[in-house]
Design a protein around this ligand. Structure first.
Ligand code: SF4
Length: 260
């Protein structure tokens, strides 16, 4: 494991760290460096139970409520995140915090767990300038600012949120339920099961935000959509959340504008 950064979370000021693990054999991502963003002072499982994961996940709806109830995040924190946290606590890492070229000639998956917006944008700019390519996603797209838009996808779970993110200039990565169709401007992730695993993220690298600082006007690449693929319970929650968000948007748009 390589330790890349330690410091206060941009989201709430709690101590967090960024670490990288090499040699991933994930079927969908292919051989990418996996980058983890974790609390430095609380075990990831405890952080979920106490809500302290807000430091690394912000207001992501997949965290659930009241200590992880209804959590539908696809990352099981008791596995890889717990192992990374244990290695950090035991100081079993190669300290690369001062190595700007830590991603030299590598392909990187930012946020194997944790949201990149928990870490200052300049850290990512410095490090990614040496990488071959990357993928990155943030649920903090309403607050993270334009700098994150230039290298992250907005993670959304409904068509209504996707439209809002587009208006704010983001490209989107949308997780859809079975009743939600592929929208105009979206393509199905080519590495997904539904697309027949045509490629890997390491080769595709479409999920790297905006290639133009001018936002969507300067980048005509498609948005990405994928079917929810988690446990049956998480899948049901995901579907319910998408339907509720889209139904709310429909009702809101049908209501007359409020008058003072
Ligand atoms: S669209 Fe490409 S980069 Fe994005 S998740 Fe799918 S394979 Fe990975």
């Amino acid at each position: 494991m390589r330790l890349l950064w330690t410091g206060p979370s941009v989201l709430d000021g709690s101590p967090v760290f960024v670490a990288a693990t090499d040699g991933s054999h994930n079927r969908k991502t292919g051989p990418m460096v996996q980058v983890w963003i974790l609390r430095a002072d609380v075990h990831p499982f405890q952080a979920v139970r106490t809500g302290q994961d807000v430091a690394i996940c912000g207001d992501c709806a997949l965290r659930g409520v009241n200590g992880g109830q209804g959590r539908s995040c696809y990352v099981p924190v008791q596995h890889a995140p717990a192992a990374v946290y244990r290695a950090f606590q035991a100081q079993q890492y190669d300290d690369q915090r001062t190595m700007t070229a830590c991603f030299y000639r590598q392909t990187v998956r930012i946020g194997a767990y944790g949201d990149p917006a928990a870490v200052p944008w300049w850290f990512w700019f410095d490090r990614l300038s040496h990488a071959v390519g990357w993928t990155a996603y943030t649920h903090q797209w309403r607050t993270a600012g334009d700098t994150f838009r230039s290298f992250c996808m907005a993670s959304v779970e409904s068509e209504a949120d996707a439209r809002e993110a587009h208006r704010a200039g983001w490209r989107t990565f949308r997780v859809r339920g079975p009743l939600s169709p592929v929208a105009s401007g979206e393509i199905v992730c080519p590495a997904s099961e539904e697309a027949g695993h045509q490629t890997t993220c390491a080769r595709c690298r479409l999920c790297n935000g905006m290639s133009r600082p001018s936002g969507r006007r300067g980048d005509r690449r498609p948005d990405i959509v994928i079917l929810a693929h988690r446990t049956p319970i998480a899948f049901a929650r995901q579907t319910q959340r998408s339907l509720f968000a889209d139904a709310t948007a429909v009702v809101d748009s049908a209501l007359p504008a409020a008058t003072p």
